[in-house]
Design a protein around this ligand. Structure first.
Ligand code: AMP
Ligand code: MN
Ligand code: MN
Ligand code: MN
Length: 285
């Protein structure tokens, strides 16, 4: 059985190892292919692609985009797009800028709460990568304001907590349109985390191409109803570990046992970029 992992994070967003190291670890876990899906950025994709080609792994370009609706964030995995397509590239820059604005707003909230965290301390955690609440949480721990990351979310940063700041409004339909512009497909990430089946039907009407079935947050009954939706609507299937690094307590790379045929089906629907197959030309233009 040939297995892939299509949901992985690196230091380009809130993962803790480099894009090359993510690929190395995927290879070590026996994967024949992978996608790197950092939050709202394509910055790690070239480095990961180069390393995957060097090791003879297939590589599908990816990103995990955060859309939202009132009261809920909606994570959308985009695959097989052209990262340089102007409308998508401009859109993603605006999202990265909004993350900077939001980090500064979180700092202001924390100051009001008597927590003296600086914006520079957050950037120290994020480096050149997209700034996420995970970096804010790590900076709070590093600065001695919180004892651990889950506590930082539970007490301060989680939705409804006093230092929670939302990102700008970004309807799923708009995200789907931008990715389609660039030849990619959009797959709903970890539906088991919060989404109702009724929401998914609405997003399918807006162009959603598929659902992430094999994810640590999807219990068996969710996987079963997602499989049923796939049959009804002709959707793509995806899966992955959502790994963020060796030090996090999440599932291991490859733990979701995603068959390479799911990657084949996703790739067949993309016109943006092809995965590199060992021994073939990459066709990345
Ligand atoms: P953001 O996209 O900036 O809102 O940051 C969300 C990221 O923070 C997620 O992708 C997770 O990696 C992490 N995260 C969210 N909630 C928690 C939590 N309760 N505990 C630990 N990490 C979390
Ligand atoms: Mn994350
Ligand atoms: Mn997510
Ligand atoms: Mn993720």
């Amino acid at each position: 059985l040939s297995v892939v992992d299509l949901h992985l994070h690196s230091t380009a967003s809130d993962g803790t190892v480099s894009p090359e190291e993510v690929v190395a670890r995927a290879a070590r876990a026996g994967m024949v292919g992978l996608s790197l899906t950092d939050h709202d950025t394509t910055a790690g994709l070239e480095r990961a692609r180069t390393e995957a080609e060097r090791r003879g792994l297939r590589f599908l370009p990816g990103t995990e985009l955060s859309a939202n609706e009132p009261g809920q964030s909606v994570h959308l995995l985009a695959f097989g797009f052209d990262p340089e397509e102007p409308r998508l590239a401009e859109f993603m820059w605006s999202v990265i800028e909004d993350r900077i604005r939001r980090a500064r707003d979180i700092v202001a909230r924390l100051q009001e709460l008597g927590v003296g965290l600086t914006y520079e301390a957050i950037v120290g955690e994020a480096g050149n990568g997209a700034i996420t609440r995970a970096h804010v949480a790590r900076a709070l721990v590093a600065g001695g304001f919180m004892s651990n990351v889950p506590a930082a979310f539970g007490r301060l940063l989680g939705r409804g907590r006093p230092a929670f700041v939302d990102k700008k409004s970004l309807p799923p339909g708009m995200v789907i349109e931008r990715v389609h512009d660039a030849g990619g497909v959009v797959i709903l990430a970890h539906p088991g985390r919060s989404h109702r089946i009724a929401d998914i039907g609405r997003w399918i009407e807006e162009g959603l191409d598929g659902v992430e079935i094999r994810h640590p947050a999807n219990p068996p009954e969710v996987r079963a109803s997602l499989e049923e939706m796939v049959r009804q609507h002709g959707l793509l299937r995806s899966g992955g570990s959502d790994w963020h690094g060796p030090d996090s307590k999440r599932a291991d790379i490859g733990s979701q046992q995603v068959p390479v045929e799911w990657l084949d089906a996703i790739e067949a629907r993309c016109t943006g970029v092809r995965t590199a197959r060992p021994g073939n030309a990459t066709g990345g233009e």
